[in-house]
Design a protein around this ligand. Structure first.
Ligand code: G
Ligand code: G
Ligand code: MN
Ligand code: NA
Length: 249
């Protein structure tokens, strides 16, 4: 309850900021995109999004929070042309798709900020397919029809999934970092991940591997044909000012 109240005050005061974690091309290690990640500075300390996002999802506060994040990201894209040449992803919770007409809201915000839909990728976890599947799939298809890209986040951790991979209206599959962390010393896990990646590429989904923390992991995934990676080995999430320095170079 305490965190919920604090969250409401933070929403009213717009106390949130957005950090960006770069996504890299394995071929030449250039930045091809960034994932936006909300940050909440409460009395000088960051509250973990893992903690407050869950609360916001349970209380419905995820709706206004998601709107504030989206507005901050779109304002950044509009303001910094460097962000218009790369893909910017925004995490979207299932509730945002299920509780109201998210595609319509997004279209309004894109128009307001004068940002093109193709600049934006929406990241949804497999969990969105747990309930109201038909309306969710319809909403995702609508987002793609608008010109946005859709990514499935944390792939492999949900209840899913291979059985409907081909039916998901998604352009991008983000392989969860639990697979990345185990891959170097678990041959069975390696075999599973290899098959998942093969299948994704066969279905012409772009694959992004998350949680790359060392060169061994990077080399393994590069050899498996992965072209996009994200993780602390390359860069942590960072404020926009820091990101801009890396984009100029
Ligand atoms: O940034 P960090 O790794 O601590 O994020 C923890 C979790 O919070 C991740 O699962 C991430 O997807 C989620 N998250 C971060 N920013 C946002 C956001 O703006 N919206 C939603 N819905 N989830 C987010
Ligand atoms: O669930 P989602 O993929 O949206 O979570 C994104 C979060 O993962 C970010 O908040 C970021 O802090 C975290 N993250 C990004 N790269 C790494 C990494 O290499 N290792 C670990 N442990 N976490 C990471
Ligand atoms: Mn994500
Ligand atoms: Na993830």
């Amino acid at each position: 309850v305490r965190l919920r109240n604090a969250l409401q005050i933070a929403l009213d005061r717009k106390d949130f900021e957005v950090y960006y974690q770069p996504i890299f091309n394995t071929a030449n290690h250039t930045i091809t995109g960034v994932e936006s990640l909300v940050r909440w500075n409460l009395d000088g300390e960051f509250v973990s999004p893992g903690e407050f996002i869950k609360i916001a999802e349970n209380t419905g506060q995820i709706i206004p929070l998601g709107e504030q994040v989206l507005d901050m990201v779109l304002a950044d894209i509009r303001r910094y042309p460097q962000l218009q040449n790369i893909k910017v992803t925004v995490n979207v919770s299932a509730q945002q798709l299920q509780r109201y007409n998210f595609p319509k809201f997004l279209a309004e915000r894109l128009a307001f900020h004068q940002v093109a839909a193709r600049n934006l990728t929406l990241e949804l976890t497999e969990g969105v397919f747990a309930g109201e599947t038909m309306s969710t799939i319809a909403a995702l298809q609508q987002l793609r029809d608008m010109g946005c890209h859709v990514a499935i986040d944390d792939f492999g951790t949900g209840f899913s999934s291979l059985s409907y991979l081909n039916r998901l209206p998604a352009d991008i599959i983000k392989i969860d970092r639990v697979f990345t962390h185990g891959i170097a010393d678990d041959p069975e896990l390696f075999a599973v991940v290899q098959k998942i990646i093969e299948l994704c590429l066969h279905l012409q989904k772009r694959v992004i591997v998350e949680g790359i923390e060392d060169e061994v992991q990077l080399n393994i995934f590069t050899q498996l044909g992965v072209e996009r990676v994200q993780g602390f080995f390359f860069a942590h999430p960072m404020p926009i000012e820091q990101l801009l320095k890396r984009l100029v170079k």
